[in-house]
Design a protein around this ligand. Structure first.
Ligand SMILES: O=C(O)CCc1c2[nH]c(c1CC(=O)O)Cc1[nH]c(c(CC(=O)O)c1CCC(=O)O)Cc1[nH]c(c(CC(=O)O)c1CCC(=O)O)Cc1[nH]c(c(CC(=O)O)c1CCC(=O)O)C2
Length: 368
């Protein structure tokens, strides 16, 4: 245990494939590592079978089921990393909000935050270990059961994305209720973003203590902000999270790569590459070569094939992957989609994507 009480993971099986971790740190690899956001998900028949008839958040609270769902895609595909099965909305729940996953509708908050006074409904001091201990248990169990095959990624939603859900009460096209707060109640907005940041820092540290070997922060709703609002309401909190998590981990002698994925935040790529994250995740609307130029070799990059390219015939997927690899280059690069897998995707095409990344990148690296 460190002097600050961060209990470090131990006694886990030895890691057999560290390609993903090396790529995150910009080190040499034999092939480009690949994983997919939402790789444990509804596109897999075995996922649908395990989830059948069970409430979504009940599933999230069962460490055994989360472990099983996390491992399912690894039994089919040669992914180079796994991401723990959970959801970003467990954080608002830990802060005292009721969140339900309504089939066919998605996340629903029966009592969203409407006015700044509603912040009083939130727990000010969240006991993260108590409220989110089930995620930590799932991580520890999965770290054992994964048998060192690949590293396990922990994750969280970023403050702005969670704030927008808490105010909108669910998904939204305009996010106008949440953005209204930014323009009308900037101080209360900052107060909520700070509260979320504090919980997220503890949550990520808890995930590492439980066994997470990398961390991804999802700012899924970055694109709804303009550059000015992004710099005020998203970026400072993303930076603060990485700095505080890294400072604590350093004290404990731990070095865990962190990935920031701010979807549709084209304008923020330069800033994100200087925000204490080792890896910047990209959606498919950014050209790989321009992302490399704009980040100037300061970080590794992750992404960014259009998920819909998985609807293409397999040979075409292979060509698209080859083009993407040529654009990013093979060093300091983690192949992924530009967003999560959709429920109607064909698992065979996911397999073709993974195979194409490995095959083309091995050839490219050999020819260097
Ligand atoms: O693969 C894994 O093991 C983890 C998968 C995972 C799930 N949720 C998230 C992840 C991490 C990852 O993407 O790899 C994270 C996540 N949940 C939501 C968001 C925001 C967003 O989509 O706007 C994110 C961040 C990543 C992202 O940007 O995609 C919020 C959310 N959670 C669910 C839904 C409904 C849905 O139908 O997808 C949403 C989006 C609502 C909206 O605003 O449009 C529920 C959900 N979470 C996960 C699954 C499994 C799957 O994808 O099939 C689901 C579906 C519900 C179910 O299984 O019944 C897991």
């Amino acid at each position: 245990m460190s002097k600050d009480g961060l209990i470090l993971p131990k006694d886990f099986p030895q890691l057999l494939n560290d390609t993903f971790l090396r790529a995150a740190r910009g080190e040499e690899t034999e092939h480009v590592p690949v994983w997919c956001m939402r790789q444990a998900g509804r596109y897999l028949p075995e996922f649908r079978e395990t989830r059948a008839g069970k409430d979504f958040f009940e599933t999230c609270r069962s460490p055994e089921t989360c472990c099983e769902l996390t491992l399912q895609p690894l039994r089919r595909f040669a992914f180079d990393a796994a991401i723990i099965f959970s959801d970003i909305l467990v954080v608002p729940q830990a802060m005292g909000m009721d969140v339900q996953m309504v089939p066919g509708k998605g996340p629903t908050f029966p009592e969203p935050l409407k006015e700044p006074e509603d912040l009083q409904r939130l727990q000010t001091k969240v006991d993260v270990g108590k409220e989110l201990g089930y995620v930590f248990k799932a991580i520890t169990l999965t770290r054992h059961k994964i048998e060192g095959k690949v590293p396990l990624i922990g994750f969280t939603g970023a403050p702005w994305t969670l704030m927008s859900y808490m105010i909108e009460g669910g998904g939204s096209n305009t996010h106008s209720k949440a953005k209204r707060w930014l323009y009308r109640h900037p101080e209360s907005s900052h107060m909520l973003l700070r509260m979320l940041t504090d919980v997220i820092v503890e949550y990520l540290l808890g995930q590492v203590a439980a066994g997470a070997q990398a961390l991804q922060v999802f700012e899924s709703h970055a694109g709804i902000l303009g550059p000015v609002e992004f710099k005020e309401f998203s970026l400072p909190y993303l930076r603060d999270i990485a700095r505080r998590v890294k400072d604590k981990l350093k004290e404990a002698g731990q070095d865990v790569p962190m990935i920031v994925f701010a979807k549709d935040a084209h304008y923020g790529v330069e800033d994100l590459s200087q925000s204490n994250y080792e890896v910047v995740g990209l959606d498919w609307t950014i050209d790989p070569r321009s992302a490399r130029e704009r980040t100037g070799g300061k970080v590794s990059l992750q992404g960014n094939m259009d998920p819909c390219a998985l609807y293409a015939p397999k040979e075409q997927i292979s060509d698209i992957v080859k083009r993407m690899l040529e654009g990013f280059g093979t060093r300091g690069y983690i192949a992924n989609l530009g967003h999560g897998l959709y429920p109607d995707m064909d698992p065979e095409n996911v397999g073709a994507f993974v195979e194409a990344v490995h095959q083309h990148s091995k050839q490219m690296i050999k020819q260097m």
